[in-house]
Design a protein around this ligand. Structure first.
Ligand code: CIR
Length: 259
C-alpha cells in the first residue's frame, strides 16, 4: 500500500470550518502528530510519500478530499469549498505516476471525504461539499470498471466518512445519528454516543489507525476483535480533520503492474 500524504501548511489556522468554532492550532504540535500518523501508516505496512503543502492552501494536508482512487483509475475531485479547489493540481500530478486519471468538472463538486468504497460499491454522501452532479460524474468514470455508485443522504456532519467508515472486511463503524446504517447492507458497530466524532477510522490491511481521543468507542472496536493503532489527532481535529483525510491510499499490486 502506498500512502500519499501532504505536509501541513503554515496557514492551517485559516482552514475551512463548518461545524466547529475556530480555536488556535498549535502548528508544532500538529506537525508532530502528523509525523506520528505517518509513522503509524509505515508501522501498518504503508510506504509513505509526502507531497509539499503548496502555497496558500490552508487545508492541503487533508489530501483525501482531492481524489478518489480505485485500482484501475484515479478520479481527481473538484472540492466543494472553492478555497480547496487549487489543491488538486499537485495531487493530480503525483497520481499520474501511478494511475490513469480523470477529473470531476463544474458544476459538479465532490470531496473524497464523502466517498466510502466497500469492495465494488461506492457510497457518496450528498453534503455541503458533494452534489448529485458529482455522484453522476464519478459514476460515469467508474461504472465501466464494474463499480456501482450510490448516493447517500446524511445528517449534519461534514462528510460521509465523518459518519461511517469501514473497519474490517465486513464491518462498518457508524454514528447512526448521522447516517442510516441499514443502507450499506453490512454488519456495523455503533460508536459510543458520548463520542459523536468517533466513526472516522482508517482501515489498513494489518490494523485500524484510530484516534486516541475516542477511548469508549475504541473499547467497542477491541471487543469486536479489531486491532487498533492509536494516534493523537486532536490538533488537526480542530480543523475538522480525522484520520482518513490525511492520506490517499493506493494498492501496490496495481503500482507494480503500472511501473
Ligand atoms: C475542510 O473543512 O475542508 C477541512 N478543514 C477539513 C477537511 C477534512 N476532510 C475529511 O474529513 N476528508
Amino acid at each position: 500500500m502506498l500512502a500519499l500524504t501532504r505536509s501541513i501548511s503554515d496557514k492551517i489556522g485559516h482552514c475551512q470550518l463548518t461545524h466547529l468554532e475556530r480555536h488556535p492550532i498549535d502548528l508544532t504540535r500538529a506537525r508532530l502528530q502528523h509525523a506520528a500518523y505517518e509513522e503509524a501508516l509505515r508501522h501498518c505496512g504503508c510506504q509513505v510519500l509526502q507531497l509539499d503543502t503548496g502555497p496558500d492552501l490552508p487545508d492541503s494536508v487533508f489530501i483525501e478530499d482531492t481524489a478518489v482512487v480505485v485500482e484501475e483509475l484515479a478520479v481527481i475531485t473538484r472540492p466543494g469549498a472553492p478555497s480547496r479547489q487549487p489543491e488538486t493540481t499537485a495531487v493530480a500530478r503525483a497520481l499520474e505516476q501511478y494511475r490513469p486519471t480523470c477529473e470531476i468538472k463544474a458544476p459538479a463538486v465532490l470531496d473524497g471525504g464523502d466517498v466510502l468504497r466497500v469492495g465494488r460499491r461506492i457510497f457518496v454522501g450528498i453534503s455541503r461539499r458533494s452534489n448529485q452532479a458529482g455522484v453522476a460524474q464519478l459514476s460515469q468514470a467508474v461504472s465501466p470498471l464494474g463499480y456501482r455508485v450510490h448516493p447517500v443522504e446524511m445528517g449534519a456532519c461534514l462528510h460521509l466518512k465523518t459518519a461511517v467508515t469501514q473497519v474490517g472486511e465486513r464491518l462498518l463503524l457508524v454514528n447512526p445519528e448521522w447516517v442510516d446504517p441499514s443502507i450499506f447492507g453490512l454488519p456495523w458497530l455503533a460508536i459510543d454516543p458520548d463520542e459523536p466524532m468517533a466513526a472516522n477510522a482508517l482501515w489498513l490491511p494489518s490494523a485500524v489507525v484510530y484516534p486516541q481521543a475516542f477511548s469508549k468507542t475504541a473499547r467497542r472496536l477491541e471487543a469486536a476483535g479489531i486491532g487498533l493503532v492509536r494516534v493523537a489527532a486532536d490538533e488537526l481535529a480542530k480543523a475538522e480533520g480525522g484520520v482518513t483525510c490525511c492520506s490517499l491510499l493506493l494498492s501496490q499490486a496495481t503500482l507494480s503492474i503500472q511501473r
